[in-house]
Design a protein around this ligand. Sequence first.
Ligand code: NAP
Length: 352
Amino acid sequence: MKELRLRVGVLGATGAVGQRFVQLLAGHPWFDLAALAASERSAGRSYAEAVSWRLDVPIPVAARDLPVLPAEPGFECDIVFSALDAAVAGPIEEAFAKAGYAVLSNSRNHRMDEDVPLLVPEVNADHTALIAVQKKRRGWKGFIATNPNCSTATLTLALAPLERRFGLRSVAVTTLQAVSGAGYPGIPSLDILGNVVPFIAGEEEKIERETRKILGRRSGDTVTFHPMVVSAQTTRVPVVDGHTESVFVSLEKKADLEAVREAFRTFSGPPQQLGLPSAPAHPTVLLDEPDRPQPRLDINVERGMATLVGRVRPCELLGWKFIALGHNTIRGAAGAAILNAELLQAQGILSR
Ligand SMILES: NC(=O)c1ccc[n+]([C@@H]2O[C@H](COP(=O)([O-])OP(=O)(O)OC[C@H]3O[C@@H](n4cnc5c(N)ncnc54)[C@H](OP(=O)(O)O)[C@@H]3O)[C@@H](O)[C@H]2O)c1
């Protein structure tokens, strides 16, 4: 593995996900935070002046005085992490990839492009092979690699152990999503306090499509989507951080409760084998208490990088049911993209 330190930038550094990037990249063992960018509203000010910092730790010293740059290629970086508003992310990310940067994106814009990997490194690390296809096809010096939508990130880490051991036929999921998932300032307090909003635009379609791409099989230059049926309903709830998901699954093979629990308990993948710095020791954590996982109590287990699974039990309708929980701005966004970059560095793709 190459030990070279890489300079990294963050596009959309002032937003909810951008702030997580800044927090998680400060003191990273492989990456140095070198550039921050946002919209014209923020550009030209120092980061501390431009950002409405909302995390419960101070702004890292390494970031406070960095100038906020316009989100245009030209800054001194090897990798750019994108936490841009999806309304503008598409062409900006393409401009950076064309200019030779490795772009690790959180936004939805390129996730479903057939030559763009949609990565959850424990599940589909081999999908990084699409990067060579993308560079060749598009004639780009750089490339775009993506991580899934926050709910999908949580869901796939709960489904992959079952897929690997028993095969998946169908999945029904209802999400209870935190307000930080809507960015900052996000949803007006009068709409969400004491309430549940049973609609998040575009979210159900993202979960249904992205899950099948991530669990899909790569052969050669293409990824064939997993044939399972995925049906999602999404709701917004008055929780600050942490998406909870009520999941029902139908498996291909017969299973008993101990085998299903064992599959969750023992799941791991390339990030754990490679010892990547942001990898959780256990990407799926099984909880035994009957009233867990809960966002307020459990969201920071494994530094927010794991999916917590509880209440695993048989279901008369589809076979099995359980509750999953994941940190939406860490494993569902910034932490996911940083783990993707670590995987690409370990695979030698960033230094090519
Ligand atoms: N929040 C989550 O849990 C989550 C999870 C997974 C994925 N995502 C995705 O990650 C992205 C960021 O989400 P967020 O929740 O962090 O949103 P957010 O809080 O609204 O932040 C958006 C960021 O984009 C910047 N921006 C807006 N317009 C711009 C422009 N024209 N040029 C350059 N920069 C511009 C903003 O800069 P200014 O401050 O200067 O306006 C800000 O830094 C979205 O694509 C979202 O779908 C979010």
